[in-house]
Ligand binder design. Structure first.
Ligand SMILES: Cc1cc2nc3c(=O)[nH]c(=O)nc-3n(C[C@H](O)[C@H](O)[C@H](O)COP(=O)(O)OP(=O)(O)OC[C@H]3O[C@@H](n4cnc5c(N)ncnc54)[C@H](O)[C@@H]3O)c2cc1C
Length: 401
């Protein structure tokens, strides 16, 4: 492993830092400040804030850093993208809007779409002019995604689509969706699926919000009733959608950014342990608390070096090993443990949510504690990630599902 960055990457790091030094000051007072009440994350006001910040990042050339210039990206390297993600996470800066578009829909279109599709969609994904969501999961197709039942029937130059999607994050303000549908119900389940792009404003699309344990409504049920999708919006070949969907899910989040996020959580835990008293002493003086915090530090170091191993392999052009998924799995589990510990530190006050007069840090920890549960399911549950790591890393016989 090579731990050093080239002068070009260090110069880019400085550019990102300089930009952040100026623009972080423009963020509203409520950003990362529990003492000031900000808009709820599922509100229109928050969405507008997110678009406002996105435009700043976009104008500075910080959206789609490793995307080719011809599609509106910066044309920089994967390493520069990693440096950028790391600096943004360190500064606790908001990310870009349209995360699913930039993270999943865009790379899929870039890898499997036609030239016409790339030119039509990619620049507007980066500018967030068009917002995207992911219509994969269904009531009977989550971990067993190949069981998708939403049916698409060819009718001339269109598909007619009927069915239901669920847990569609951001579906209520999205313009487009990546959609997995069944086109051949007689074929084995992995072989009868096709990958389409759905205009969410099409007649027959109904979006109904679902409320989460946090009280926010960030995801939805999406009902499709005789929705017509032009065949020109198909990605790849008919009945080959499974292989493309697996490709979409492989565009994982940056392993290094995950590490920095955990480092930030540890810093916050230490700050809280200094503030919260037990029997007249700050909790940080308690040896059990200190031991727990030290263990988190050790776990974060393991994450960091596994992330660097993944990045090194990627730079050498090696086939992705299980490292990125391991960082994802360990990082998610570590976050669950850290959030649990935050509740332990707060003792009886851990029951108090935002708005309660005596809530610690105005209930910010309660929100992150509850959200952590969803993150442990969202891009595949912990059990499924373990299965994939075992299959990729150890090579046992595949699950027969
Ligand atoms: C916050 C959040 C955002 C999401 N956003 C989206 C989105 O935008 N678009 C979208 O399409 N989907 C989205 N999802 C859905 C997500 O992909 C699914 O919830 C996830 O894949 C699990 O599927 P499921 O909920 O149907 O659970 P199930 O698949 O029914 O799993 C139930 C339990 O059984 C276990 N299990 C299942 N199969 C196995 C197995 N083979 N081996 C061991 N254990 C197993 C699981 O680990 C889990 O504990 C989101 C979910 C969350 C929580």
């Amino acid at each position: 492993m090579d731990f050093s960055y080239s002068p070009k990457e260090e110069a880019f790091r400085q550019e990102v830092k300089d930009w952040l030094a100026i623009h972080m000051k423009e963020l509203p007072k409520w950003w990362h400040n529990p003492d000031v009440v900000g808009p709820e994350i599922d509100s229109d006001e928050y969405h507008q804030f997110s678009l406002w910040w996105h435009k700043k990042l976009y104008d500075a050339g910080f959206v789609g850093i490793a995307w080719p210039k011809e599609y509106g990206g910066r044309g920089a390297t994967v390493l520069e993208q990693a440096v950028y993600n790391e600096e943004m996470a360190k500064a606790r800066a908001p990310g870009p809007a349209n995360g699913l578009g930039i993270g999943w829909a865009g790379p899929t279109i870039m890898s499997y779409g036609t030239e016409e599709q790339k030119k039509r969609f990619l620049p507007r994904i980066l500018s967030a002019e068009e917002h995207w969501c992911q219509g994969f999961s269904e009531p009977e197709a989550g971990s067993d995604l190949a069981n998708v039942q939403t049916r698409a029937v060819e009718e001339g130059d269109h598909y007619v689509v009927n069915g239901q999607k669920v847990w569609t994050t951001g579906g209520h303000y999205s313009d487009w969706a990546i959609l997995l549908v069944r086109t051949d119900p007689t074929a084995p389940k992995h072989r009868g699926l096709t990958y389409l792009l759905l205009d969410m404003h099409s007649p027959g699309v109904t979006v109904r919000p679902l409320r989460q344990i946090t009280g926010h409504a960030e995801f939805n049920e999406v009902f499709l009733d005789n929705v017509r999708i032009p065949r020109s919006l198909q990605i790849g070949e008919t009945n080959r959608g499974w292989h493309i969907a697996v490709g979409t899910l492989a565009f994982e989040r940056s392993a290094l950014a995950t590490t920095v996020q955990r480092e930030n959580t540890l810093k916050d835990l230490i700050a809280m342990a200094k503030k919260v008293d037990h029997a007249g002493m700050p909790l940080l003086n308690d040896p059990m608390v200190r031991q727990k915090l030290a263990q988190f530090y050790i776990d974060i170091s393991v994450l960091k070096y596994t992330g660097l191993r993944a990045l090194t392999g990627q730079l050498r052009g090696e086939r992705p090993g299980p490292e990125v998924l391991i960082v994802n799995l360990l990082g998610t589990e570590l976050n669950l443990r850290m959030q649990d510990f935050a509740m332990e530190l707060q003792g009886p006050y851990s029951r108090l949510l935002r708005g309660s007069a005596r809530a610690v840090e105005n209930g910010a920890w309660q929100n992150s504690f509850l959200s952590a549960r969803g993150t442990a399911i969202a891009s595949g549950t912990l059990e499924i990630k373990r299965n994939v790591i075992a299959e990729r890393g150890l090579g046992p016989p595949r699950s027969t599902r």
